[in-house]
Design a binder for this molecule. Structure first.
Ligand SMILES: NC(=O)c1ccc[n+]([C@@H]2O[C@H](COP(=O)([O-])OP(=O)(O)OC[C@H]3O[C@@H](n4cnc5c(N)ncnc54)[C@H](O)[C@@H]3O)[C@@H](O)[C@H]2O)c1
Length: 249
């Protein structure tokens, strides 16, 4: 059990990727705080975590609300004594031509994907410093690396997350905190269902993936596990691309 005794916080933990990340970390021995704006989804994941014999707790939070994020990290500290692992996974998308994007839509995507991740990292980082170290993994996207029509705001929020990853890795290496990112390729989840249900688009996207399948939650969770485990102890500031080769061409 390589994560025995560790405490992990997974934001967006009630979602497709978040659920699998929470379960894989729990299977490796971690206690998991599942944070989601939809409490019912977080609770369902916690039930699954507990059925593995692990400790878990559900927390409701909109990660774009900084005060709430800080309060949740405080509650996690009270319950478990601190935080060792943070996975910034909560995210929203926007599929819209750049010419039509409103200020409100821009704010929503940036506030959740970027501001949410920054302040969760800041709150967790303080706990990790007090504990002598930790691991942060940001769930970015292949969109941070390659352009796709109608995804400008989403993609730039994820590119920001890559920059955040590298900057925090540099700033916090002296505190024994590693900060990495996973950049998944396209997956069929509630986040992308609005695109994937169109068969023509589905097939066109699939053609872009050399390994000829979409990313799964399992692929993402295994990458996260590697980045928070001792197997990657000399890796920080890295973006692990999990996209079946899509960004090669
Ligand atoms: N699905 C894909 O193709 C894909 C590809 C690359 C990256 N990603 C990224 O992976 C992450 C997870 O995506 P997913 O596909 O599992 O989507 P999902 O919709 O299944 O999960 C997202 C979760 O985040 C929660 N959430 C949304 N806004 C929140 C907020 N403000 N505060 C707290 N929780 C919030 C949702 O309730 C949901 O449970 C996202 O960051 C997404 O951008 C997804």
């Amino acid at each position: 059990m390589q994560l025995a005794g560790k405490v992990a916080v997974v934001t967006g933990g009630g979602g497709e990727f978040g659920r699998e990340i929470s379960l894989v970390l729990a299977q490796s021995g971690a206690s998991v705080a599942v944070v989601d704006q939809e409490l019912a989804k977080a609770k369902e994941v916690v039930r699954a975590v507990r059925s593995l014999g692990n400790e878990g707790e559900a927390f409701q939070a909109d990660v774009s609300e900084v005060a709430r994020v800080r309060a949740v990290l405080e509650e996690v500290k009270e319950k478990y004594g601190g935080v060792d692992i943070l996975v910034n996974n909560a995210g929203v998308t926007l599929g819209k031509p750049a010419l039509e994007v409103t200020e409100q839509e821009w704010n929503q995507v940036i506030d959740v994907n970027l501001k949410g991740a920054f302040f969760a990292a800041q709150a967790a980082g303080r706990e990790m410093i007090a504990r002598g170290g930790g691991n942060i993994v940001n769930i970015a996207s292949v969109g941070a690396l390659v352009a796709e029509k109608n995804t400008a705001v989403y993609s730039l929020s994820k590119a920001g997350l890559v920059a955040l990853t590298r900057n925090l890795a540099l700033e916090w290496a002296g505190y024994n905190i590693r900060v990495n990112a996973v950049a998944p390729g396209y997956a069929r989840t509630p986040l992308t269902e609005f695109i994937m249900r169109d068969e023509k688009i589905y097939n066109a996207l699939l053609k872009k993936v050399p390994l000829r399948r979409f990313c799964t939650a399992r692929d993402v969770a295994q990458a996260v596990l590697f980045l928070v485990s001792a197997a990657s102890s000399f890796i920080t500031g890295h973006v692990l691309v999990v996209d079946g080769g899509q960004s090669t061409g």
